[in-house]
Design a binder for this molecule. Structure first.
Ligand code: PMP
Length: 464
């Protein structure tokens, strides 16, 4: 008797689920019709005000039905996404990334052509010799075993001491995880914060990995564009408007790749206040914290312990350790443990001898300072060389890039980058890779100054 009751309920669940799918199909048909009308009227597929009205209605409905509000939000986001898919869009613009240009540059190099490489964001510095030596000695001593997923206590304590010394931040060693560069840190932060359907605000122009990574964990990137004319300053009212009930996080990256912008204290604090007010997590990618040319303190999310946050840092830039593949994340204990569980599942831990080498790097304060000074000098030289060219740009406050706009009618950044490489053997990253900035290009400062100045000179010849 009981068995059949269970069977009946299961069957009802099955039928209800099928009914949901039938309703989804009906909804998709309606969306297709709307899409056709929008196309006829020349309206864009996405309409934030319509989305917002739908969301509000769904939350209200969910509350009256006793359905969890968060679930209703996620479901709404998924439905909006599916609807967007069936609506006709203008053909996608072909955008080349710095990786595409790098591949083309490498092909030329293989043919013996000397290319001035200003495409990939990798410093040319070598890791400090004490770091290399320590890695070597530890490897020789057999320290090439698994460690706990977060990394050895010794390293995590060294990270805690380092952020205390640099930023006055009080964190426990257990709040830090040594991970595979800042890149994996971004993934851990998102995977531990975002559920499918959640929205994440990304401030453009941005490092090209953020948006695909948000999508990879099932989230939806919502872009807040910033403009050269505003000194790449994010507008806080616009930020507030971009946040919906489904928004869970904002990604910050200051000093910024590609613009070189660093945020002043007032704006940083303003963003923190918005995040607190709207109950969001700030995912703050501060891998360029050490490349700071402003003379004032670097603004770090660690100075705002009351806001939900994840700090992402890396050894790649400060100490020229890109190939060591090591960085760290810091968050509250709860999220750190969730991130550690993901790290454990996917990679177990980073190599033991790299962990020891990282402890050594954290002591190399002079090297980091010197590297920053070299980047500052290069930025100065590149900006000076760019001055007479038909370009406009923001003089970087930090990071290792200059992001000029080409002030020549009808120019496309991707085409520009390809032709510049072919004609002048100079490689740059096309602006379209960083968002809706097709007439921009990015110069990476990971080359000696003379080479950069020569590269800019050739850009000038090419543009004239
Ligand atoms: N964040 C930003 C903004 C970057 O530009 C980069 C590297 N280009 C990274 C993170 C990742 O660096 P890594 O994984 O080498 O630490």
């Amino acid at each position: 008797m009981k068995e059949s009751e269970l069977e009946k309920l299961r069957n009802d669940v099955l039928e209800t689920t099928k009914e949901i799918l039938r309703l989804v199909a009906k909804r998709q048909t309606l969306c297709t019709e709307i899409g056709k009308l929008k196309q006829m009227k020349g309206l864009s597929v996405e309409d934030p005000s319509v989305e917002r009205t739908l969301r509000e209605a769904m939350v209200k409905e969910a509350m009256s039905l006793g359905v969890e509000k968060d679930f209703a939000q996620r479901l709404t986001t998924l439905l909006i996404e599916e609807c967007t898919k069936v609506q006709p869009k203008p053909p996608e613009r072909k955008v080349l990334t710095h990786r595409d240009i790098a591949r083309m540059a490498e092909a030329l190099e293989k043919q013996g052509v000397k290319v001035i490489r200003m495409d990939v964001g990798e410093p040319d510095f070598r890791a400090p010799s004490v770091v290399v030596e320590r890695a070597y000695q530890e490897m020789k001593a057999g320290r090439s075993r698994y460690t706990e997923p977060k990394g050895k206590q010794e390293l995590r304590q060294a990270i805690a001491d380092y952020v205390k010394m640099k930023f006055g931040a009080d964190i426990k060693a257990d709040q830090a995880i040594a991970t595979v560069g800042g890149a994996f840190g971004v993934y851990l932060a998102l995977a531990s914060t975002i559920s499918p359907g959640d929205e994440v605000v990304v401030i453009d122009p941005s490092w090209p990995i953020y948006k695909p990574c948000v999508k990879y964990v099932g989230g939806r990137p919502i872009v807040l564009e910033t403009q050269l004319g505003d000194g790449w300053e994010p507008n806080l009212d616009e930020l507030n408007e971009k946040i919906s009930a489904a928004t869970k996080a904002v990604i910050l990256n200051y000093p910024c790749n590609p613009t070189g912008k660093a945020l002043g204290r007032k704006t940083f604090k303003g963003i923190v206040e918005i995040a607190q007010d709207r109950k969001l997590t700030l995912i703050s990618d501060e891998v360029y914290a050490d490349y700071n040319f402003t003379g004032s303190e670097h603004n770090t999310v660690l100075n705002y312990p009351d806001v939900s946050h994840v700090l992402i840092s890396s050894f790649s830039k400060s100490w020229g350790m890109t190939g060591f593949r090591v960085g760290f994340v810091i968050s509250d204990l709860d999220r750190t443990n969730r991130m550690a569980a993901i790290q454990s599942m996917l990679i177990t831990c980073i190599p033991e001898f790299i962990q020891y080498a990282s402890i050594e790097a954290l002591k190399c304060l002079e090297e980091a300072k010197r590297n920053s000074e070299v980047m500052r000098e290069r930025a100065e030289a590149v900006c000076k060389a760019l001055e007479p060219l038909p370009v406009s740009f923001y003089k970087p406050d930090g990071a290792m890039y200059v992001f000029p706009r080409i002030d020549v009618e009808g120019i496309d950044g991707s085409e520009f980058a390809v032709k510049l490489l072919e004609k002048k053997n100079v490689s740059v990253a096309p602006g379209g890779a960083f968002g809706n900035y097709f007439n921009y290009f990015r110069i990476s400062l990971g080359q000696p100054k003379d080479s950069l100045v020569e590269g800019v000179k050739r850009i000038g010849e090419f543009l004239s």
